[in-house]
Design a protein around this ligand. Structure first.
Ligand SMILES: Nc1ncnc2c1ncn2[C@@H]1O[C@H](COP(=O)(O)OP(=O)(O)OP(=O)(O)O)[C@@H](O)[C@H]1O
Ligand SMILES: [Mg+2]
Length: 368
């Protein structure tokens, strides 16, 4: 959107500069005038990366500069369509008596740059670092100044990267983009399900496949649970990629409604591939993974699960069921533990209708 400002936040080293350099090159090749201002690296280093990414020939205007006044002077002369500033934490204004990266500097510089974008009609993209404590360098202070806030996420050691909008004045916020980081840079993953399913074929006990929806696209993802004998008095509960309060709730529902006891067991839950799931529809898949681990019995082959679990143990319908089932069918799954579907919702996947969590436990040969 012309005359708008976008903030891209992400952990150090996740690939923000790579993403934006590739985006800059792609836009420049389409005839847009793009300025890439870096305060993090020398021009030669950016050029070196551009060579590795195959972007060196794109006509991107590159500048290594951190002085806000000089940046603005340059931009006013160049009048680019797109301005990328990598990162806002390195820019400083001489009127502000504080070190670069401090809240005062970040706010002042972001304000000036956004003003330039609004006046000139340029698209401004700011990179912001997220620190562990999320305070000093965190882009939070800038979030209300910009039109869109996008996070670039990825688990350390995993090649997958997810671009997720958390605020967007001119478009939807529930879309994600999935990329893989390879030697030549970031490559779009048009079919993310394959990434998050882990190895295909026989699944171990404790593994369930959740038929999820991220934004408008269906994503199948493996959820792994491990309920291990606890060696200590207070059992551990550890979660990666899901909400720990939600796990506690599902465990309580399984204990109370199905008589399945997790007392004296450490419970670990992990979403494969470094994806973070926020959908309540994952409840049923999590419950299936937990039961499977507790009973040490693999789930039925070729089976997915989705559905929201209420405190009463009832399983509520999830939105976009048709999309979930279609994706499951596409990837060769044959059945689904899910709330009963409307008549005529025909797919190749057989729905094993579950209206209460105890029915799931019974189907898996567990519970009272
Ligand atoms: N030669 C290379 N081959 C393959 N991957 C590389 C290579 N060099 C860097 N990378 C990948 O790129 C990542 C760094 O990307 P990038 O510099 O874009 O991240 P960033 O988010 O901008 O980091 P920073 O917070 O330091 O600015 C590395 O973690 C690594 O995975
Ligand atoms: Mg960088």
């Amino acid at each position: 959107m012309p005359a708008s400002a976008i903030l891209i936040g992400g952990d150090p080293g996740v690939g923000k500069s790579t993403l934006l350099l590739q985006a800059a090159a792609a836009l420049a090749r389409r005839g847009m005038s793009v300025a890439y201002v870096t305060g993090e690296e020398a021009e030669a280093q950016v050029q070196e990366r551009a060579r590795r990414l195959g972007a060196a020939s794109a006509p991107v205007q590159l500048a290594a500069e951190t002085d806000l006044r000089k940046i603005l002077e340059g931009l006013k002369a160049l009048r680019p369509d797109v301005v990328i500033v990598d990162s806002i934490q390195t820019v400083w204004a001489d009127g502000v008596e504080a070190a670069p990266g401090t809240v005062a500097q970040v706010r002042a510089c972001a304000h000036e740059l956004v003003r330039f974008a609004k006046k000139s009609g340029a698209v401004l993209i700011l990179v912001g670092h997220v620190t562990k404590d999320g305070q000093i360098a965190g882009p939070r202070v800038v979030e209300h100044l910009v039109d869109a806030v996008i996070y670039f996420e990825g688990e350390r050691g995993m090649p997958f990267r997810i671009l997720r909008a958390v605020k967007n004045r001119f478009g939807p916020t529930d879309e994600i983009g999935v990329f893989e980081m390879v030697e030549q840079g970031l490559v779009e993953t048009p079919n993310p399900s394959a990434l998050f399913l882990g190895e295909s074929g026989e699944r171990a006990s404790g593994a369930a496949v959740f038929a999820g929806v991220e934004g408008s696209r269906p994503v199948l993802v493996e959820i792994q649970a491990l309920a291990a004998q606890s060696a200590y008095g207070t059992p551990r509960r550890a979660v990666v990629g899901w909400d720990s309060a939600r796990l506690a709730m599902i465990l309580a529902v399984l204990e109370t409604r199905c008589g399945l006891s997790f007392a004296g067991r450490d419970v670990y839950l992990s979403v494969a591939g470094g994806l973070r799931i926020t959908e309540p529809a994952a409840d049923l898949a999590v419950a299936a993974a937990l039961i499977s681990s507790l009973t040490d019995t693999p789930l039925p082959k070729g089976c997915v699960a989705f559905g929201e679990v209420a405190l009463s143990g009832e399983v509520r319908p999830a939105g976009r069921s048709d999309l979930r089932l279609k994706e499951a069918a596409k990837l060769g799954f044959e059945s689904a533990f899910a709330p009963a579907q409307k008549k005529g919702a025909g797919t190749a996947v057989k729905v094993r209708a579950i209206s209460h969590i105890s029915a799931l436990a019974a189907a898996l040969g567990a519970g009272e």
